[in-house]
Design a protein around this ligand. Structure first.
Ligand SMILES: Nc1nc2c(ncn2[C@@H]2O[C@H](COP(=O)(O)OP(=O)(O)OP(=O)(O)O)[C@@H](O)[C@H]2O)c(=O)[nH]1
Ligand SMILES: [Mg+2]
Length: 486
């Protein structure tokens, strides 16, 4: 059974925000009780958090869909809807989060580092919160917003200071087993190690981690053997150790040729050129092994490698090797700027909430922007008052003015948001509150039959009246209220 998984695709969905409530307080002998509809609760988010106890992404391999609960709607009597609880997903240290296109969304290093993979939808404001000095009894509330949903890919790049590379059966796992307390599987057949092993080494003052990767063979870059896939786990290391087998009986192999082969494969993988390298000539306990080590040492040193003769079996040369590695690791840590050792977290989407854009397309005007699109999502289009409120918000943002400026005329089609969520209006320039809704989100207004002109005019007039009232209301709004609205 698989126990180690280092790449998974995961679908994460946050909870929707609960709708705000439109309600009027009722009490005996108090007919005008005022609005008392509470706000909707926020939907739960899906959050990834590094947990150093977790070493594999296995759990997500088994259940690749995670959905947080929705927020509850608000209720009368100023009752706020319950929050949808967040879902916290523990992931191993060194998990990289990507989108389907392979763009890195977050690189999670360090216990406790977190990343919001899907943001819960905000709850809608209830009519109590929408009330103001002039708008005493709003007959509408805002809708909760949908939670984010997306597909992500998680890849584990182990966080080890030292990485052992070499042919299968060179003794990489054996070395880990004697340098650290880890007990990886060791056997005399190739590809014993199928997934990286990790061990912790203490050398003097320095404590560092050491990892091996499945053995490499010529052509690994073309997918031979287990291929180069696992080299991802050595990408973060500070130093590479070539484990060279001095006792191999395979024809055509000797430590020098092996080293060249492995270097070729590393070069194919790329990105590891700048990492310092040491050489461990292993298995010098075998009589021939020592001879071969003696023969190769000079050529290796000529090429600039520091060479250590070791035996995992006879525990020879281990101290020297582990202290040399500790020195390099300590130096690398000292040289690192402080912030780099903490964390890098990227937010899922940069929220540009400031403004909006208007583009002309096929005789229609398309408005895009964080606020307008959010406001549309919050609007209950079955409620005239709510639509009027939306129109006022848009006018206040300057959408109205901008449309004028670029030459929009009465009756022109105005579209808000991207195609799949677009709302289509006939523009009514007197005051945007008169904006007439021809299509709702997700519907194509062109498919709808037109309503009779009389009907439309009457609606428009009603809109104007409402607009006038709304306009007065807004003049009186304090800046505090303004913030709450947005
Ligand atoms: N004589 C001798 N044998 C060793 C030494 N180190 C490892 N071996 C043997 O070599 C074989 C392979 O060792 P592993 O540690 O499994 O080798 P590996 O590099 O991890 O191999 P893969 O996981 O297949 O890539 C085992 O039979 C070990 O007992 C050593 O220092 N001396
Ligand atoms: Mg091994």
């Amino acid at each position: 059974m698989t126990t180690f998984v280092d790449r998974v695709e995961l679908h994460v969905a946050a909870g929707n925000g609960g709708h705000g409530c439109a309600s009027v307080h009722r009490e005996k002998f108090k007919p005008l009780g005022g609005p008392d509809g509470g706000n909707g609760g926020e939907g739960g988010s899906v959050i990834l958090v590094v947990d150093s106890q977790v070493t594999t992404l296995l759990e997500y391999h088994h259940s690749p869909k995670r959905k947080a609960t929705n927020g509850k709607p608000g209720a009368g009597g100023h009752r706020t809807g319950a929050l949808g609880p967040d879902i916290v997903l523990p992931v191993p240290d060194g998990t990289v989060v990507l989108d389907r296109q392979g763009n890195v969304l977050a690189d999670l290093v360090g216990h406790g580092t977190s990343f919001v993979a899907a943001q819960g939808g905000r709850g809608g404001l209830g009519n109590a919160a929408l009330a103001s000095a002039r708008r005493k009894a709003p007959g509408f509330a805002l809708l909760g917003e949908p939670g984010e949903a997306r597909d992500i890919v998680m890849e584990l790049k182990s966080v080890a200071d030292v990485a052992l590379v070499g042919y299968p059966s060179a003794g990489k796992s054996s070395l880990i087993s004697v340098l650290s307390a880890a007990k990886p599987k060791i056997a005399d057949y190739p590809f014993t190690t199928l997934v990286p092993n990790l061990g912790v080494v203490t050398a003097g003052e320095t404590v560092y981690t050491i990892a091996d990767v499945p053995g490499l063979i010529p052509g690994a870059s073309q997918g031979r053997g287990l291929g180069l896939e696992f080299l991802r786990h050595v990408e973060r290391c500070e130093v590479l150790v070539h484990v060279l087998d001095c006792a191999t009986l395979e024809p055509g192999r000797d430590p020098l040729t092996d080293l060249e082969t492995i270097e070729d494969e590393l070069a194919q993988y790329g990105g590891l050129e700048d990492r310092p390298r040491l050489v461990a000539l292993n298995k010098v306990d075998v009589p021939d092994g020592q001879d071969i080590a003696d023969l190769t040492r000079a050529s290796l040193e000529e090429r600039g490698y520091r060479v250590f003769e070791v035996s995992a079996l006879a525990h020879k040369g281990l101290r020297e090797l582990s202290f040399a590695l500790a020195e390099i690791v300590a130096a690398a840590r000292a040289a690192k700027p402080v912030e780099e050792s903490t964390r890098i977290v990227l937010r899922p989407t940069a929220v540009d909430d400031a403004g909006f854009t208007i583009e002309e397309e096929d005789g229609a005007y398309r408005i895009r922007g964080g606020k307008p699109e959010r406001w549309v999502r919050q609007t209950d289009f079955a409620n005239d008052e709510a639509v009027g409120y939306l129109a006022d918000r848009l006018a206040r943002l300057g959408v109205e003015q901008e449309l004028w400026k670029i030459g929009a005329k009465e009756g022109d089609t105005v579209i808000i948001g991207p195609d799949e969520n677009a709302v289509v209006f006939d523009w009514e320039p007197t005051m945007a509150a008169g904006a007439e809704m021809l299509g709702r989100r997700g519907e194509d207004h062109r498919m709808e039959t037109q309503r009779p002109a009389v009907d439309r005019r009457r609606e428009r007039q009603r809109g104007r009246d409402a607009a006038e009232q709304e306009y007065l209301d807004f003049e009186a709004l304090s800046s505090g209220r303004e913030q709450l609205d947005q």
